[in-house]
Design a protein around this ligand. Sequence first.
Ligand code: FA5
Length: 327
Amino acid sequence: MSIDFEQLRADALEAVSAAGDSEALQALRVRYLGRKSPLKSALRGLSDLPAEERARVGRLTNEIKNDIEQAVAGRSEALEREHESELGGREWSDLTLPARRGRRGHRHPITLVEQDLDNLFRGMGYRVVEGPWVEDEWHNFDALNIPKWHPSRDSFDTLWLSDGNLMRPHTSPVQIRAMKRFGAPLRAVFPGRVFRNETLDATHEAAFNQIEGLVVDREITPGHLFHSVKAILSAILEEDVETRFRPSYFPFTEPSFECDIMRNGDWMELCGMGMVHPTVLEAGGLDAQEWTGFAFGLGIDRLAMMRYGIDDIRWFHRGDLRFLEQF
Ligand code: FA5
């Protein structure tokens, strides 16, 4: 089938310039440029033509296609302008109206809990200090009384980097940094993100948040520790929480404990803690004969779960707005 290209171009341009509204224009766009248009079938048929014909017809169809596209774009703009000036005759702007508000975002539930923790600890006279996410082996292990051969190194599911450093699996290395930087007596918390090569489930994430607390002074006892932890948890959860302290093991504290809290008839592990091991005080540059201390490491994500009644930790990182917009 041969096409009269020039006639096609003339018809198309005339129809486009006469299009009365955007629907009519859209219909013309489909008719002249769409999949079933004569131009498209001509392009599809190109390969059947002899070589010199092919070049000529190819060039011509492209040229016509461009012409029509330009005409459609031009007409579309003209229609828009007509529409606006017509509106302008009927409507006017009231410049005294308040500006339209953009949609505001809000803070993530973990951030909310973290900020409350910050305020709470500052109110109790703790410094808030952050440490690096990428740690070296000495701060994360050796200084925390975990020598190379120590089996508890494996229990941290550490993500190692190719340069020999690691993504910190807990916030405890900041204890060492803080003792070195501020000396004793010291009362400080270290909030931040930690990373573990962890199998995910409803209470385990691979990247989560901890807040570490460290108090160093003379004659600190486990009584100070238990009382502080219970007071802190009650303040954050805004109720008198039921706590359970179990004996546990951490190389950097002696004795060590684990704190669980009661939620919906179940105990949930929330916090590791203990009296700072003398070796750790020494690694922080302090005289272990003179100074004593307690430390705790609290899972912020788990705390947020309890506070907001969230049943699965994985909600926090899903980015699902139906979840996030509830806070
Ligand atoms: C530690 O990380 C110790 N550094 C805590 C500590 C600090 C002990 C100071 C003594 C003195 P643990 O691995 O148990 O301990 O983690 C502490 C808390 O982090 C847990 O109680 C829990 O609330 C939270 N947590 C641990 N693993 C995960 C995980 N995969 N996902 C979410 N939260 C976790």
